[in-house]
Design a binder for this molecule. Sequence first.
Ligand code: NAP
Length: 281
Amino acid sequence: MPTKIDGKELAQKIRNGLKEKAAEYKDKTGRVPGLAVILVGEDPASQVYVRMKNKACEEAGFKSVVDRMPDTTTTDELLARVDQYNNDSSINGILVQLPLPKQIDEKRVLYAIRSEKDVDGFHPVNVGLLNIGEDALAPCTPAGVMVMFEEYGIELSGKNVAVLGRSNIVGKPMAALLIKANATVTVCHSRTKNIKDICRRSDIIVAAIGKANFVTADMVSDGAVIIDVGINRVEDKLVGDVDYEGVFSKASYITPVPGGVGPMTIAMLLSNTLKAFEKTF
Ligand code: NAP
């Protein structure tokens, strides 16, 4: 019987642990980790994400700042705001919610965040550190997947892993983390030939392409571990990149959507904020 990896439960466990640590730091030092989230404009999905991040921070006893800026904000105005938090010692993590309005130079803004406060792990310094196998603030979603492997005792060393997707947010950092853990990684993307064969040869598949039900039972070897990062809306339902029903009986471990990787992302954002905070001592 395959094991369903319960991301919701695991994320809650991590958040409870972070809450305890924040309380200990508060007792001992009078300080708590602080996260500033900057939201530019009125994008409805971004508003929901920012509310969730704020709530998670408050529940963990972290300082939480949500800074809302109008959708007419210029790059210079946003850079000035980032700089304000760069220089604020009560803020350990800065997150600029994406997507940004078109007039804003996204790269300039993301690269202006001090790498020590880059809790999204998008700054080239953190990307570089991650890729040379050094300690880095790693992007939250793939970092969350790594915690799932660890918690469920899933061995990575020497395993063949297919990572579907090569985005800077998920696919590439996922591959870097897996390589660091001694897995043999094949990164697939829209130009990859024979994805089916690559998947069939893999012990573990991490799907992050944003195509509903892309990974089907015929692509999965018996006993494979299936991690579904995808979030797709189909007829008002959220589904992943994996045909969960079809693949379930072939897998040894599988993440559902929703309730799999999704909840881990916010838990790892808090975890990165605590890590950034701890480095200030
Ligand atoms: P993205 O930036 O759109 O990247 C998608 C990647 O998939 C690209 O590398 C693309 O290849 C590849 N791809 C697209 N169609 C393909 C196909 N038919 N065959 C093989 N590869 C294909 O997306 P993302 O930001 O990485 O997100 C991926 C999925 O994860 C989305 O559903 C997103 O909503 C979800 N997500 C979930 C979380 C979470 O917390 N659970 C967090 C982030 C993202 P090319 O590079 O060649 O274009």
